[in-house]
Write a protein that binds this ligand. Structure first.
Ligand SMILES: *Cc1c(COP(=O)(O)O)cnc(C)c1O
Length: 451
């Protein structure tokens, strides 16, 4: 498609239109209700920053399928690589008869992830599966069992990753019993810690240290798992210095630092990985989402001696590192490199922060504009001097964005955060138009359409 220059949102029908409504009726009659849809608009195709639905509506994408399509949902390199691979073969199982794509992805991961040490990787199908395996590896390597995760953390929906995830509703409610030996520590959440960032870094770290000492015992800790910027938790950016302190604690106590970069990885935050921002080098890093331009792939990359401490045959799975997903990943990484999407993410972040900062000056209900690179959020509150979370306001803004053809997502433990994750290839005009819709939605929701 060569219409990117004049790309713009186009609404031919109301959102959702009649074709989407008809498909949604079929969905309700065939798909489990528990599998929700944030915006029941049925997509037919995509371009960078645009989702085109079955009614011909063209919606601006500020979600990237939850931080997945960093290179866009139809990147020409990814499309071509997938088509070529599908024609050659779809599957052999790497554990049975291997193929080059898997090895090439592991080589690229060794180059791109933080640290210059000797690394090894193993590939899986999803983020949750990557996290599960990172925990398996950490326990095997350290011969210890306890794992420390944080308040507001999200690590997935399988049994072990539900245990690591903090929020009950909707992720855990009624799904127990959960995996054992998981402990939770306070998160350095500056906006709700009520202190300056430097103080928060120190106090939150001190609380972590004291709590692990009292409740777990340093020598029992196999790993500390952390999202360098929390995703589902509400794009919580810990203050500078907190992450390096965790790394040092792990080194001092023989525990492994696992960075869950599933949402933050692959140029999203303005660096290849969010850990790069403070030169933190985790022992293990879990990746997925942005890795393969939309195809399902997850990975664990780590120190060679840690990864290789697992016995032969101890890791794997039928589909892990599927050849089509690997071809897509190699193509997506090439696009990120050639288009320098890390620096583009920083530019996108600057545009968001500038415009949302101005909006915040006029809207007391925006408690904070935060994030890094193209991972930006606003936290909505009751108003001046009252930081009570305002989830109904977040929902109202979200709904109005959807009706006006902008795909946005909510987040946060209190459901009061709107998060923005545009594809890093979004054309400037669409970015600005999306922000126009968002601003209008905020003003309308707050002032009832009087502005
Ligand atoms: C999405 C996500 C996961 C889980 O990934 P799935 O592919 O949905 O299993 C884990 N950790 C973080 C930080 C995520 O954002």
């Amino acid at each position: 498609m060569t219409r990117l220059a004049e790309a713009q949102r186009l609404l031919r029908k109301r959102v959702p239109g009649p074709q989407s409504v008809a498909l949604h009726e079929r969905k309700l009659a065939s798909v489990a209700d528990s599998v929700g849809t944030a915006l029941p608009v049925y997509v037919e195709r995509a371009e960078s920053g645009l989702l085109i639905d079955v009614d011909g509506n063209e919606l601006i994408d500020f979600g990237s399928g939850i931080a997945v399509t960093n290179v866009g949902a139809a990147d020409p390199r990814v499309v071509e690589a997938v088509q070529r691979q599908v024609q050659n073969f779809t599957h052999t199982c790497f554990m049975v008869t291997p193929y080059e794509g898997y090895v090439a992805v592991c080589e690229r991961l060794a180059e791109l992830t933080p640290g210059t040490h000797e690394k090894r990787s193993a590939l899986f199908n999803s983020g949750a599966e990557a996290v599960e395996n990172a925990i398996k590896i950490a326990r095997r390597a350290t011969r210890r069992q306890a794992v420390v995760a944080f308040d507001h953390a999200y690590h997935g929906r399988t049994n072990l990753t539900m245990a690591l995830t903090s929020k009950n509703m909707p992720y855990k409610h009624g799904f127990g019993p959960f995996a054992g030996e998981i402990f939770r520590a306070p998160m350095a959440y500056p906006y709700r810690w009520n202190g300056d960032r430097q103080r928060v870094a120190e106090e939150a770290y001190a609380a972590f240290e004291a709590q692990v000492h009292a409740q777990v015992g340093e020598d029992n800790v196999a790993a500390v798992i952390v999202e360098p910027i929390q995703g589902e938790g509400g794009f919580i950016v810990p203050p500078r210095g907190w992450l390096p302190r965790l790394q040092r604690w792990c080194q001092d106590h023989g525990a492994l630092l696992i960075a869950d970069e599933i949402q933050t990885g692959f140029c999203r935050t303005g660096d290849w990985f969010a850990c790069d921002h403070e030169q933190v080098v985790p022992d293990l890093i879990a990746t997925a989402k942005g890795i393969a331009g939309g195809l399902p792939l997850g990975a664990v990359t780590g120190r060679a001696e840690v990864m290789n401490s697992v016995h032969a045959g101890g890791l794997g799975g039928t589909y892990g590192g599927n050849p089509v997903a690997c071809a897509a990943a190699l193509a997506a990484m090439e696009t990120m490199e050639e288009l320098e999407l890390d620096s583009r993410a920083r530019e996108i972040g600057d545009v968001f922060v500038q415009r949302l900062g101005r909006l915040q000056d006029n809207v007391d209900a925006i408690g904070e504009v935060r994030g890094r690179g193209a991972m930006i959020a606003i936290e909505l509150i009751a108003g001046v001097g009252d930081t009570t979370p305002a989830p109904e306001l977040a929902a109202a803004i979200n709904k109005r964005c959807h009706e006006h053809g902008l795909v946005t997502l909510t987040a946060g433990t209190y459901g009061n955060v709107l998060r923005f994750l545009p594809p890093l290839t979004i054309p400037e005009a669409l970015l600005q138009q999306g922000l126009d819709i968002l601003e209008d939605a905020v003003l309308t929701a707050v002032y009832g359409g009087l502005q």
